[in-house]
Design a protein around this ligand. Structure first.
Ligand code: 5AD
Ligand code: SF4
Length: 454
């Protein structure tokens, strides 16, 4: 029998949850004797941890698979060809295509709840390859969605930095009609508070100053009698953790006690990612978001009264099924009224299996979607500039996360409490330091500052 495949290269697409999952995968495979290499040339197994949220995410992965396959074809005879494994949301959503498509010579598939089976899947794929001439179609896979798996017993193998992710709940029960996540990641399930706190302690001991609690919809976090606010309070008691962030909540069931924790707990950053998705009530209803624009406006006003220095960001989808010009104008108007600090704006992308794909036509022409996204991005750019410029003269505490920027080795980057990037001249400090800076300039994407003279 051939020796077990050993060296793995993993590439990750998509959201923070996927980045956190890659750390879980690294941990599982390291414990099973596998090693990780920084590039695919050295790898025996290439794993792509994929995202299914929009079509362009798919396209990138398909392009990548084709490239790996063509590189694999040019491998000199006698040399070992790497196995290719597809992981993550595409694995669940496109399993049939991935398994049956003869042009996609991949070797194994693992969905987001099957990572503990990866050592076995790799072994099976290796054996399948050894017998390749008889059984070239053999592709071991596991895309079973679990009601229980939270990987609470795995300590993720983290990369260096100031921020450590902890995924506190997985899955989503909301079924927003455009979204594929409930199908690729299954039902909601949460980890116990004590278990998350243990992980936060490990993280602090490893030197991470900041923790970001992750979940598809963190407001739904529930374990025994604990809710998300009590979880955050418990994590904030961990010595060494100085900053706590979380993402993402859903506007529909944003708990008041969570707002109070953000307002009063000094370790909890004054920042909320608040995905509105649209600003017209008919579209919000078609999306199954279960709130109205009026409710959003009221709630945002309440958030700003409760936490005056809150940093707010959002997600918006333009060109959802049957969205008219007037309906888009209402989204534009809502964005103009709320003035988020920043926004991620997407063109609607129809996803297989979703409610929208079954019930509503994706009938807004591509050119109209483009026009809407351009207009909204222009508006947001102007708002972000205005909001950032308003900080000039203020003093902010930043956590240094990078020494030297891509453009300038003499600058360095930190983030303030509101999660805004602050660029400052390089000084005698290191990654992980907290320093006070005076804001000197605001751009649409960042703040610039200088060290306070003492
Ligand atoms: N098309 C476009 N954007 C989408 N999102 C989720 N599903 C889709 C889709 N089908 C966006 C939402 C969500 C963010 C993570 O991705 O805005 O909040
Ligand atoms: Fe998708 Fe809606 Fe769940 Fe967010 S809340 S993951 S948009 S279904």
């Amino acid at each position: 029998m051939k020796q077990l495949t050993k060296k793995i290269y993993i590439q990750t697409w998509g959201c923070q949850m996927n980045l956190a999952d890659t750390e879980v995968i690294r941990s599982i495979l390291t414990k099973n004797g596998y090693g990780f290499v920084p590039n695919e040339q050295e790898a025996d197994v290439i794993m792509l941890n994929t995202c299914a949220i929009r079509e362009n995410a798919h396209r990138k992965v398909y392009g990548r698979i084709q490239k790996i396959i063509s590189d694999r074809c040019s491998v000199v005879s006698g040399q070992k060809k790497p196995l290719i494994g597809i992981l993550g949301c595409m694995a669940t959503n496109l399993r049939t295509d991935l398994l049956e498509n003869k042009n996609l010579a991949i070797d194994f598939i693992a969905g987001p709840d099957s990572y503990k089976r990866l050592p076995n899947l790799i072994k099976e794929a290796t054996i399948g390859k050894d017998h390749g001439s008889q059984n070239t179609d053999y592709k071991p896979f596991d895309v079973t969605l679990s009601e229980f798996e939270t990987y609470s017993d795995i300590t993720p193998s983290r990369q260096e930095g100031v921020n450590g992710w902890i995924s506190v709940m997985r899955g989503c029960n909301n079924f927003c009609t455009f979204c594929v996540v409930p199908y690729t990641r299954g039902r909601e399930r949460s980890r116990a508070v004590a278990n998350v706190v243990e992980e936060a302690k490990i993280l602090a001991a490893e030197g991470f100053k900041q923790v970001t609690l992750l979940g598809q919809n963190v407001n739904s976090y529930k374990h025994d009698s604990d809710d998300f606010a009590s979880l955050i309070e418990a994590v904030s008691k961990v010595d060494g953790i100085e900053r706590i962030r979380f993402t993402s909540p859903h506007p529909k069931d944003f708990p008041e006690n969570l707002l109070q924790v953000i307002a009063h707990n000094p370790k909890v950053c004054k920042q909320i990612h608040y995905p509105i998705q649209a600003g017209n009530n008919r579209i919000l209803d078609l999306m199954n978001r279960t709130y109205t624009r009026e409710e959003i406006l009221d709630h945002i006003a309440h958030i700003r009264t409760t936490i005056p220095n809150i940093g707010l960001s959002t997600d918006v989808i333009v060109g959802f099924c049957s969205e008219t010009d007037q309906e888009f104008d209402e989204t534009y108007d809502l964005m103009d009224k709320i003035m988020f600090d920043s926004a991620f704006i997407f063109k609607y992308s129809e996803r297989k299996n979703t409610i929208a794909s079954k019930k509503h036509a994706d009938d807004v022409p591509e050119a109209v979607k483009t026009e809407r996204i351009v207009r909204l991005n222009e508006l947001q750019k102007a708002i972000s500039l205005k909001k950032n410029a308003a900080h000039v003269g203020e003093t902010h505490t930043i956590l240094i996360e990078k020494l030297g920027t891509a453009k300038d080795p003499d600058k360095c980057i930190g983030r303030n409490d509101q999660n805004k990037i602050v660029v400052i001249p390089r000084g005698p400090y290191t990654i992980g330091d907290f320093i006070d800076v005076k804001i000197t300039r605001g751009t649409p994407v960042a703040l610039e500052g200088k060290i306070l003279e003492t």
